[in-house]
Design a protein around this ligand. Sequence first.
Ligand code: TXA
Ligand code: MG
Length: 354
Amino acid sequence: MDALQTDYIKVDPRHSDWKVIDRCASIIKNGGLVAFPTETVYGLGANALDGQACRGIFAAKGRPADNPLIVHIASVEDMERVAGSLPDRAYKCMDRFWPGPLTIVVPKNSNIPDTVSAGLSTVAVRMPDHPVALALIRVSGVPIAAPSANTSGRPSPTSAEHVREDLGGKINAILDAGPCRVGVESTVLDLTSPNPVILRPGGISREQLEDLLGQPVAFDRGLTDQNVTPRSPGVKYKHYAPKGEVILLEGSDNRIIARIKQELSTAREKKLKVAILCSRELAEQVKYLEADNLIILGSRQKPETVAAAIYGALRECDRTGSQLILTEGFARNGIGAAIMNRLEKAAGYRLIKL
Ligand code: TXA
Ligand code: MG
């Protein structure tokens, strides 16, 4: 692809600069690509009603064509432009969790090009909780299809700098509104059958969904069972992976520490550069071990801080050339399901239970 001039534009999320939003909305309306902030991760946006524009997203990311895009809208009313008939459960979810990190999969209507839905009869839709994203969608006047704004296979971008690393020279503009609050992607919830299924854990937890819907909400079996094909096409791809080998350690602190010592001594013999990714609590106990890099993700007491730090930490491992990355496992309830899903994928499911 020919190199493009990528405009890098800083915006204040609290006071929309309408000149900037207008300029980026024109790019979207004219079939171009704009990376923009959301509360989860940065998205790479194009007009969701324009198949040609959306093909540009796949080209810029190197994304496989069978992986459908999430369509972003700015109000519940916009649903009519993208979806067919909706079950009551969909309205309940939209009322409670929008704007916010929940994507719902519903029947699509004929406005949605096959490129966006990857030929499926359904469409994934969400309303992001970020003033810049909402302003861009409103001023563009069209729904915006947007996957995470990373090169396919790399960790998702939680800052505009991450976007520039991957997509600078390949897209028209990057809107920089600082770091993303949630830091992991939205929960993808399939509402096309009577029993709702989480296709990808994310910013809204299973517990929150069960509480609202008053019925069990299952995780797609393909998320954890490697013999079952995931129902969400994107989930099957190797993803979120840094270049070094990642080992995920689950168990008591004492056992994790013993294993880290063992791994560090083997790594030293092989002269490997090692990073440890862990909670503040564990860091207190392993800091004297002298790994090449000790990255504190956040506190176990505040798992949302861990979620917000994961992707930046994985990118830092690449930047500093870590060859072995030892990662602590976290509790799997609430946002922990999303944290552990991302860490398991980063580890290529190399999970050691101690
Ligand atoms: O938080 C997010 O969701 C971010 C921000 C930018 O909104 N977007 C994002 O998009 O994570 P992406 O493309 O990286 O992930 C979309 C996921 C993929 O796993 C894809 O396969 C799945 O949603 N998906 C999209 N449409 C679907 C559909 N019709 N049925 C099942 N899964 C679908
Ligand atoms: Mg993605």
